[in-house]
Write a protein that binds this ligand. Sequence first.
Ligand code: ADP
Ligand code: ASP
Ligand code: MG
Length: 445
Amino acid sequence: MIVMKFGGTSVQSAQYMDKAIDIAVSQIDRAPVLISSAMSKITDTFVDITQCAERGEKDKAFSLYDQIVSRHESTAGEFLTGTTLEASLKHIRALFEEIKAFVTGLVMLKECSPRSSDALLSFGELLSTTLLYYRANQRGINAELLDSRDLVVTDNSFTYASPVIDQTYRNIKNHVQPVPGKLIIGQGFIARTGEGAVSTLGRGGSDYTATIFGAALKADEVQIWTDVDGIMTSDPRIVDRARTIDYISYAEAAELAYFGAKVVHPSTIQPATELGIPVLVKNTMNLDGKYTSIISTVEQSGLRAIAGKKGITLINITSSRMLNAYGFLQKIFSTFARFKTPVDLIATSEVSVSMTIDNTSALEEIVGSLQETGKVHVEHEKGIICLVGQDFWKDSLFVSRVFKALSGIPIRMISLGSSDINLSLVVPQKMLHNSIQKLHNEFFT
Ligand code: ADP
Ligand code: ASP
Ligand code: MG
């Protein structure tokens, strides 16, 4: 069997949904499970509604709700007819009623907890997959609609929940039976906690759902269908001459995703790695174009791609007490652990430690606690550049070429060595794109 995931732009309209179904039908003999995102911009619109609700902007919240209703109703009207149209409208209107009740409650309370936000955002995927399912029916395809909330079980870290893997795999294996000739359709992104509250896997999380299904069902392949020709040497929105990478290893793809290449969600690779399932990244708008295969190992050494991430905060701690002392780093890391804040990069000297974080929700408390260990200095608005590839160190000129390309850019921190495949640099956020362009010019053109 195979899993095929379609992102928001790939299901943005009736025409695109038909195209996604065409792609699935062309591989119907491979027993496909189709995982879909919400239609493009719908999740963003739900996020806007939560913000309006918090500000008590009732009219604006309901005008956004109306936009969601009309986008889905008009899509249904474009490609469904007769009793199928009627059935689909009945189905999506029941969802609209639920959404309306939610929005009314949120606007009244003027608050939206992460838990409520997840419940609201989940409707995007429920709506898109309902339309896909009825369209497949209308086209005479043997289709089944799943409810991923009943299959994917997570912890209660609402807005970026982690799946409880054993239970999730068991549910999927027990309830999903792919067979050649049948199109099974399920939602990406959405799940439920052990207690039954709706949760989500974080923005862009449908990719992760796809590999979770793939691993649970021991898929031959997971296909991620998106709006670019696979994983490229850099984000094509930043670098004009970015080009497709034909093969990339799981480890390299995971680093790239974590450090900003949003073409796949950072957790996507993990479930595929365990079983060695190939993950293909392909373009819905360019079926015969180039694409990327993410696989276990790629022999070719050298630089593969450059990613970048904005919104980074740098924390420096200086203390003479660190000199010849042990247990110092442990104290620092226990602070980050206590406030559930992951540290991305770290560099140390005898008397100081520099670290980067991108989640600043507990920054004040973290700084307060770190001040017990030394003098703390915080710098905001930084960006991380991440160069990913294999065996950099074998090329003695590699690092000097990086610095030469970035001459004139104040590099604030460097991290090389913790993994063989990643050289990371911290630069001012406003210089991030320009730095990536310079590096791409140096290494790829
Ligand atoms: P989808 O809705 O299909 O999930 P996303 O918008 O989440 O699509 O991801 C695709 C986007 O990722 C591309 O349009 C591109 O701008 C961005 N992107 C960032 N880095 C890369 C990269 N290295 N290669 C390809 N695309 C990238
Ligand atoms: N719809 C969700 C989002 O926009 C999940 C996804 O598209 O992967 O973040
Ligand atoms: Mg995405």
